[in-house]
Design a protein around this ligand. Structure first.
Ligand code: APR
Length: 232
C-alpha cells in the first residue's frame, strides 16, 4: 500500500463545532493568545490557563467526529495513513484513525510543569478527571499543566512527523492556515514528485513553489471529493 500522509489543522474539526483560531470570531479573538497559550501566560496566571483548558476538555465531551474525520479514517483501507495533526482534540482517534501524531499536544493529557516532555510525568485523564485543579500534582511534585505545546515552546514531535512526510507517496493538507511553524514547514519535506492536495474553503497562501491541487471545500465535502480522486 502507498503511504498517505495528512497534515490537519483546526478546520478539520470546525464542522464538529470546535472553533478555529484565526477565522473571524475564532479562539484567538475570544481569548488573548499570550495569556492562555504561552509559558509566560501560565506563570502569570496558572489558574486562568488551567481553567481555559478545562473548558476545552469539557467541550471535547460534547462534540463528535465529523464526516471528514470518518473519511480520513476510512482511507486506511486503501493506504498506510499517517495523520499529523496540529489539533489537540481526539476526534481523529475517535473516528478510527490508528496512527495520529499530535504536534501541539493533547487535551486529554496533563504533565509536569517542570519537565513537560518527560514521558514519566505525562498522564492521560479519564473523562471524570477532565477538571484539573490547582494543587493536582505530577509525580515530581509540580503542578499538573496541560500537555499542550505553547507558543515559544519546542515541538518534540516534529522530528517524527518529518520522517513520515519524507516517506509520503501522497500528501494532503486539511484545514490549516499554515501560519504556525514548524508544522507549516512540513510541506518542504514532501518528496518532489509527490502529489499534494489541500482541502480548505478559503485560499491558503503557500510559502513554496510547489504545485498544490486545492479543493476549495469544507473538510467533509472536500474529503468526499478527494476520496473519488484517490480511490477509483
Ligand atoms: N473545513 C476545512 N477547513 C476549514 C473549515 C472547514 N469547515 N472552516 C475553516 N477552515 C480553515 C480556515 O479557512 C483556515 O485556513 O481552517 C483553517 C484554520 O486556520 P487556523 O485557525 O489558523 O488554525 P490552524 O492552522 O490549525 O492553527 C495552527 O495555531 O494557535 C495555534 O496551536 C494552535 O494548532 C494551532 C495552530
Amino acid at each position: 500500500m502507498k503511504n498517505l500522509v495528512i497534515l490537519t489543522g483546526a478546520g478539520m474539526s470546525a464542522e464538529s463545532g470546535i472553533s478555529t483560531f484565526r477565522d473571524a470570531g475564532g479562539l484567538w479573538d475570544q481569548y488573548p493568545v499570550e495569556q492562555v497559550a504561552t509559558p509566560e501566560g501560565y506563570v502569570a496566571n496558572p489558574q486562568l490557563v488551567i481553567q481555559f483548558y478545562n473548558e476545552r476538555r469539557k467541550q471535547l465531551l460534547q462534540v463528535k467526529p465529523n464526516r471528514g474525520h470518518e473519511l480520513v479514517a476510512e482511507l486506511e483501507k486503501y493506504f498506510n495513513v499517517t495523520v499529523i495533526t496540529q489539533n489537540v482534540d481526539n476526534l481523529h482517534e475517535r473516528a478510527g484513525s490508528s496512527h495520529v501524531i499530535h504536534l501541539h499536544g493533547e487535551l486529554t493529557k496533563v504533565t509536569s510543569t517542570l519537565q513537560p516532555n518527560n514521558p514519566n510525568y505525562i498522564k492521560e485523564l479519564k473523562p471524570e478527571e477532565f477538571e484539573v485543579k490547582i494543587g493536582d500534582l505530577a509525580a515530581d511534585g509540580s503542578q499538573f499543566r496541560p500537555f499542550i505545546v505553547w507558543f515559544g515552546e519546542s515541538v518534540p514531535m516534529i522530528e517524527k512527523a518529518i520522517e513520515y512526510v519524507e516517506t509520503a507517496d501522497v500528501f494532503l493538507i486539511i484545514g490549516t492556515s499554515l501560519n504556525v511553524y514548524p508544522a507549516a514547514g512540513l510541506l518542504n519535506y514532501v518528496p518532489r514528485d509527490v502529489p499534494v492536495y489541500l482541502i480548505d474553503p478559503k485560499e491558503v497562501p503557500i510559502a513554496s513553489d510547489r504545485k498544490v491541487y486545492a479543493i476549495r471545500k469544507g473538510a467533509s465535502d472536500g474529503m468526499e471529493e478527494l476520496k473519488k480522486i484517490l480511490v477509483r
